[in-house]
Design a protein around this ligand. Sequence first.
Ligand SMILES: Nc1ncnc2c1ncn2[C@@H]1O[C@H](COP(=O)(O)OP(=O)(O)OP(=O)(O)O)[C@@H](O)[C@H]1O
Ligand SMILES: [Mg+2]
Length: 497
Amino acid sequence: MRPPTRLPPMSDASARARALGHDDPDLAESVFNEIEARRLKAHPGGQRAILNSKARFRTLAAGRRWGKTKVAAHEIVRRAMEPNQMIWWIANTYKNVSRGYREVVNQLPPSLLAKPAPAYTSTTKILQLKNGTMIEFYSGGSPDSLAGEGVDFVVVDEAALIPDNVWQQLIRPTLMDTGGEAFIISTPRGHNWFWQMWKLGQENKAGYESWRFPQTANPYIPQAETDAAEEELPTIIFKQEIMAEFLAAGASIFGLGLQRDGSVVDEIVEPLGNVFVGIDLAKKQDFTVITADREIDGMPCYFERFQDLDWPTQQRRIGYAIEELENTPGVESVTALVDSTGLGDVVYDNLIAAGVDVTPIQFTNQSKEQMARLLAADMEHGRARILSDMQEEFESYEFKLTPGGRYQFEAASGHDDMVAAKMLSHWGRVHEGGASINIVSIERDDPHAEAALRDGILVPVPTPEPDPLLEIMNRPGAWDGSADGFASRGGRGFFGG
Ligand SMILES: Nc1ncnc2c1ncn2[C@@H]1O[C@H](COP(=O)(O)OP(=O)(O)OP(=O)(O)O)[C@@H](O)[C@H]1O
Ligand SMILES: [Mg+2]
């Protein structure tokens, strides 16, 4: 029996269930209610346009917290209504995979599941539906686990943080036999494959559609939160992460900070109150730099740069500098942070042995990123100042992006020892000499979890058992014309049709 061409809306489950003419309208009604209660109601900041698109490759660039993961989970659930689909959710890290999994499980009516959903903490996240559809969750950080074929629909979350070979060689080919569709979502990170996919959509290439929305489009995010991000982030990073602009690498992270009135001063001032010292030790050809800032106003109050001295002499000079600061009338405390990377460890140990109070900081890509972001944002907002002698080095301190979308900071030419020392003194000043750098924004995969994910890939698809709910789902047109994007995208109809 064909259903009426226009069913009552999904929100009126009772009328809809009866209009379908099912033998057990109460059961049908309860299923519709379950779906209605769980499905995402698109927000007016652009989500609707995405749900209405019929493009095979959809690329969404949006700022942090815009609702990318939520809208992608909606699309997963919608697609899962079709029988015998192989659906993948890929994200850059195990943690982000788990977030996506949680969102899909929240939106998916449990009565559609053939088996209970694995726990959020489970390493093998595979959902098996009564209609034979499988939803599998993988991390793109472990590309080996992604050997598969015949995928009908894939979501790639945080795509700009997934190297392009993972897309080209592992994900894209799985869509070939099936003519599978992809929904690719991310906050922008430079000009990588995600940007290229987005551009194809902008150029209206057949089968491609793309969108770009800033965080501020999401009506659920209070303006105060965006304002706080603007206050805390260097403009380059705010533009990319919050406003979703695709910025090419190569600029100096400090560029805008240097332009701010008062951020570059010509002379050092008298040390006073609490003083924070940053020391970058010479390695091979470069200089040892000692800088210091006053806590009260961030004004530079010490600067020294020397080269080609043996280690004992370097240590003595560092000791003298700290002693000089400590002995200045009006100085209450001196806290020193020293780059302890590589050779620095030895010098650090010796400084401690000589009675100098220093905190060691390891320079890694991540700690440099944290320190550079802090200093750049604070220079832009008048909370940090540098000496004009340092300006040139700051101007050439460029950011690059790794294939996995990580920021990488280094001097485009020449030295970066003044930048390094200043980043240390400023970090110490802001974090009260904080001994360690908490790398809050960097997510790392758990290698054990990754290995388990790999092992769990080939779980056989069970033959669906007869189920009265499935019968309702399979009724032709059961899902057509429903509100908020639950209409069929490709005319296949949900659960058959
Ligand atoms: N349609 C919606 N209805 C209700 N809340 C929404 C909707 N869309 C987004 N939100 C809210 O916006 C916030 C961000 O959602 P989500 O995690 O999907 O965003 P995201 O863009 O993936 O964020 P991130 O950049 O952190 O990955 C959540 O707190 C969510 O509650
Ligand atoms: Mg997300």
